[in-house]
Design a protein around this ligand. Structure first.
Ligand code: NDP
Length: 349
């Protein structure tokens, strides 16, 4: 079977491509420029003509994906901005919503062989700020953030702009399916992961050029600044997470499992606060740690304080739906930390 993966050069997407290829699928990836496809071509050269890269330079343009959807059996839509530097919320909302709507529209018109479309959303479209700790499920929608961004516009918190883009894009996808049911040959699966960590395969020149989630992980766990978090923040600041390779598995399973059709599905290993990652990094094989440019960064004197302090977990997710449909055996903090650090060490960081 042939699968279209949008934004194929991204941190998450490149693992999705790798997963699909290694399981025998043929993959067509989209990137924004030929240059961005070069790394993919090199990385997957041994898959020969089972791997193809095409350029879709502006996903907000009407009909942008018209050619790309032709002849594929399934689509994995991952292309969407994830950064916290937008001034105008539309910098994020426009490509998120128009990209999602556009790929579905192209599939409706030209994707005659498409049977399933998987949209990579996020728990950003589920979680909202609550005074008390809360466990969220697929029934929750982040309506709150749409209000915030509507009211505050450019002065909304950076994270709210991103979350609004994901919520509005996911809503657009479900509305599209509702509106066109009866006319479409495919059904929709939405995956909602929280923060994604784990090793990177994509082309990145330096740690500060890493994608948003891994950037935060690297700078919090492996630099003395802890990315601006003090001891208290390390114990209370966190969320939930999943390893990028498990999320890639979920993307493939989302095509393969018929019962996933029509579902939004949270893909999460579990909750964390940042101190948990620092602890995990301290416990990995010293040989792996020693490959880092600055292996001493984990030798601080905060151990006893952290070990005895209370940790506050504000958010968690009900993962029973994913368990039932996909049955993924998630990688642990230790697995992911070891593999991330080994990869960073290999890159000389
Ligand atoms: P990356 O920044 O590594 O990848 C983003 C991908 O989307 C790239 O291919 C990028 O292309 C493309 N993209 C970004 N902005 C645009 C735009 N305006 N027009 C067209 N393409 C664009 O991030 P991730 O891999 O982390 O993110 C991928 C997806 O995963 C996103 O949908 C994100 O919301 C979702 N997600 C990520 C999580 C995480 O913790 N990483 C958590 C939950 C969801 P280019 O390289 O050309 O910029």
């Amino acid at each position: 079977a042939k699968v279209l993966v949008s934004g194929a050069n991204g941190y998450v997407a490149i693992w999705v491509v790798q997963n699909l290829l290694s399981q025998g699928y043929t993959v067509r990836g989209t990137v924004r420029s030929a240059e961005k496809g070069e790394h993919l071509k090199k990385l997957f050269a041994n898959f020969g003509d089972k791997h193809e890269v095409v350029v879709v330079n502006d996903i907000t343009k009407e009909g942008a994906f018209d050619e790309a959807v032709k002849g594929v059996d399934a689509i994995e839509h991952t292309a969407s901005p994830f950064h916290l530097k937008a001034d105008d919320p539309d910098e994020l909302i426009d490509p998120a919503v128009k990209g999602t709507f556009g790929i579905l529209q192209s599939a409706l018109k030209y994707g005659t062989s498409v049977k399933r479309i998987v949209v990579l959303s996020s728990t950003a479209s589920i979680v909202r700020v609550t005074p008390e700790p809360k466990v969220f499920s697929e029934k929750d929608w982040n309506e709150q953030v749409i209000e915030i961004v509507r009211e505050q516009g450019k002065s909304s918190p950076a994270v709210a702009k991103y979350r609004a883009s994901k919520t509005l894009a996911e809503k657009a996808a479900w509305e599209f399916v509702e509106k066109h049911k009866g006319k479409i040959s495919w059904d929709l699966v939405v995956l909602n992961p929280p923060f994604v960590y784990g090793p990177c395969l994509h082309s990145v020149s330096s740690p500060s050029a890493l994608n948003t989630s891994l950037n935060d992980w690297y700078h919090t766990v492996l630099t003395p600044t802890r990315n601006g978090r003090d001891a208290k923040a390390l114990l209370s600041n966190g969320s939930a997470w999943v390893d990028v390779r498990d999320l890639a598995d979920a993307h493939r399973l989302a095509i393969e499992k018929s019962e996933a059709g029509g579902e939004r599905i949270i893909i999460s290993k579990g909750r964390f606060v940042w101190q948990d990652w620092i602890d995990a990094a301290k416990k990995i094989d010293p040989k792996v740690l020693s490959t880092l440019a600055n292996p001493d960064v984990l030798k601080d004197d905060n151990d006893d304080v952290a070990a005895n302090a209370e940790r506050v977990y504000q958010i968690d997710y009900d993962t029973s739906k994913a368990k039932e449909i996909f049955g993924i055996n998630y990688r642990t903090e230790k697995d992911s930390t070891t593999d991330m650090i080994a990869e960073f060490g290999k890159r000389g960081w």
